[in-house]
Design a protein around this ligand. Structure first.
Ligand SMILES: Nc1ncnc2c1ncn2[C@@H]1O[C@H](COP(=O)(O)OP(=O)(O)O)[C@@H](O)[C@H]1O
Ligand code: SF4
Ligand SMILES: [Mg+2]
Length: 389
């Protein structure tokens, strides 16, 4: 079934005025400069390019997409670890996009972040009692060491760690335990929002489920909202109330979890879902596969029109010329596509049909690969972690 395009030129999706977090047309472009004495900007990495969404209290919004599509940059911009290029971030009724570092410090009780690699985000020279106790020490100077110790120990117990291990160092814990320490530190001050940036991607599958369950329990108990970043659609499906699918700095589709997984409309979502393995081998072989050919194009020079057109199996001439508006097609279901279509993600009658991009191999080769600046990215992420150590 093809969905009729909206007549709205740029009809934004319905947004809730009472949401805890309201992000509007947020952009983060990293400047590329040249020159030694006089640095001149010669371009920009358009890592996040106009994203709009809300997160309600106690809600989990999943943010998915291929590596390099801007998920971490979006998370770091929302938490103001990096400054946005433009756009609005309203948290708890306050416009924080222009907040200084010290103004943000006062908000650190309310907004926290959990990183993918718990080891590099925990200071290896401090015992975990000091790491998890730091937020208490910083925010309430009247607390005695004994009081802090007791708070930390009950927190360690709450996240499933032995409170007697208070004096142990991060290297003495397994990956899963270290992520529990990261979770304990993040929830210490009962934040209203936590950005979880691939918190389980580095963990074994069996451990992933335990950490996800822990996050869910803490959400229930403390009323926390999460932005849960992942490239694994199965994990996101488990934890999210709503899901936003990102591609090359933009949101392609946003819907409640059940709608997104059962009635996706965007060709990129179709492709991602068609790659998710299903347990039944018979159906696995019979369903449709949509192959994403070519690399993710460079965010320095994104494709014209719809940024997905170079890899989209439905692309037409219009897609190269006209940027599709991010618009609502049903209550709470927004997409950015000129030709949205309902497609069953697990249609066993598809008989193993394989669908590829309509673009020629030469055209795809003209697209530069992503991650032009891996060193910069590494450094930037390192700097962020140091703020939370
Ligand atoms: N500090 C930075 N300087 C320049 N480019 C960056 C920086 N941080 C991220 N990028 C680029 O922005 C794009 C999005 O990166 P990222 O947000 O880390 O993606 P994801 O988390 O989805 O894998 C990538 O092309 C990456 O190379
Ligand atoms: S606008 Fe065109 S290229 Fe973009 S996702 Fe839709 S059909 Fe594909
Ligand atoms: Mg990332």
């Amino acid at each position: 079934m093809t969905v009729a395009p909206s007549t709205e030129p740029s009809g934004a999706p319905t947004l809730r005025d009472d949401a805890l977090l309201q992000v509007r047309d947020l952009k983060k472009h990293f400047p590329i400069t040249q020159g030694i004495l006089f640095q001149k900007q010669v371009g920009a990495v358009q890592a996040v390019d106009g994203v709009t969404f809300d997160v309600a209290e106690r809600e989990t919004l999943g943010l998915v997409g291929e590596s390099g599509c801007g998920k971490s940059t979006a998370g770091r911009t929302i938490t103001k670890l990096i400054e946005p290029t433009s756009g609005s971030i309203v948290f708890d009724g306050k416009e924080i996009s222009g907040y200084s570092r010290s103004q943000m410090q006062a908000l650190r009780n309310d907004i926290q972040i959990i990183f993918q690699d718990p080891y590099s985000s925990l200071n290896p020279r401090h015992p975990i009692g000091t790491i998890v106790g730091a937020p208490f020490r910083i925010t309430d100077s009247s607390l005695t060491d004994k009081e802090i110790k007791s708070k930390v120990q009950s927190l360690l117990e709450r996240v499933g760690l032995n409170p007697e291990h208070y004096n142990r160092y991060p290297h003495e814990f397994s990956g899963g335990q270290r992520q529990r320490i990261g979770v304990a530190r993040a929830v210490a001050l009962r934040p209203k929002l936590i950005v979880c940036d691939e918190p389980v991607s580095a963990l074994d599958v069996s451990i992933q489920a335990q950490v996800v369950n822990l996050l869910e329990d803490l959400q229930e108990e403390f009323g926390i909202a999460y932005i849960f970043v992942a490239h694994d659609l199965s994990v996101v499906r488990h934890i999210s109330d709503r899901v936003a699918v990102m591609y090359l700095g933009k949101i392609m589709e946003l819907a409640d979890r059940d709608t997104l997984y059962s009635k996706p409309l965007h060709p990129y979502t179709h492709a991602l879902l068609s790659a998710v393995p299903i347990p039944d081998p018979d159906n696995q072989n019979r369903r449709e596969r949509i192959l994403l050919t070519g690399d993710l194009p460079s965010p320095i020079n994104p494709p014209s029109g719809c940024v997905f057109h170079t890899r989209c199996f439905k692309a037409q001439e219009r897609c190269k010329l006209e940027v599709p508006a991010f618009r609502e097609v049903a209550p709470g279901h927004a997409i950015a596509c000129h030709f949205p279509e309902e497609r069953k993600p697990f249609d066993p009658n598809a008989e193993g049909r394989v669908i590829r991009s309509t673009m020629s191999a030469e055209e795809q080769d003209q697209q530069l690969p992503v991650d032009a600046h891996p060193d910069l990215v590494q450094q930037a992420h390192q700097d962020d972690r140091s703020q939370f150590r």
